[in-house]
Unconditional design. Structure first.
Length: 202
């Protein structure tokens, strides 16, 4: 039985300083994986006023060993970017990774295995940002670790799955994020939890 294919969607808004490193790290993990077959990388540049789109296209064109697409949406907004990516994604599983994070080695494999091998319907990871943001009180650090997993039939109290690194089955969000939904950890966790009876576990 063939293994499910994975599409990685990367919404990016004015991430020219970071997008090359992000894509290089993700590509390396996809190629190093023994389990993930025919992965797909989709970058969605969302109303960028810098060279995010051009740099993403150049980075991926230099490495034709992974299927890829680079899209542009004219209006800013993470939800628009994610929905544009979901509309063209061909993978059975989807992993959404923000354009400003560095993915710790092995994280993508762990997310894939949790969904494929163990039946997790929703996986996520927590990260420390690499660049200073006004709303961030923590020290910038180039790391992301998978911390939380959502499965059926667990008894731990519900916790939100972080939205900066989140994986799910495409069929579970086939129509994309609906009108009025926020493309963040709280909405997605609540939606998946209500639909599938999920709780989040560490």
């Amino acid at each position: 039985m063939p293994k499910p294919e994975l599409s990685v969607i990367i919404p990016a808004h004015n991430e020219a300083a970071l997008i090359g490193d992000t894509l290089t790290a993700i590509r390396a993990q996809l190629l190093a994986s023994a389990d993930i077959q025919r992965p797909e990388l989709i970058v969605v540049a969302s109303a960028c006023q810098d060279e995010t789109h051009e740099l993403a296209a150049e980075t991926l064109a230099n490495h034709g060993d992974v299927r890829h697409r680079v899209l542009e949406v004219g209006k800013a907004g993470k939800k628009r970017a994610l929905n544009a990516g979901l509309e063209v994604a061909r993978g059975d599983m989807v992993l959404c990774v923000d354009g400003d994070v560095a993915v710790t080695e092995g994280s993508i494999d762990r997310a894939y295995d949790d969904m494929h091998e163990y039946g997790a319907r929703l996986v996520g990871g927590q990260y420390a940002p690499r660049v200073a943001r006004q709303w961030v009180n923590t020290k910038p650090a180039p790391s992301i670790e998978l911390l939380k997993y959502a499965r059926r039939h667990v008894t731990q109290p519900h916790r939100d799955v972080p939205g900066c690194f989140v994986g799910f089955f495409r069929k579970d969000l086939k129509a994309g994020y609906p009108e009025g939904a926020a493309p963040d950890d709280r909405w997605l966790s609540a939606y998946m939890g209500k639909r599938f009876g999920l709780d989040a576990i560490r």
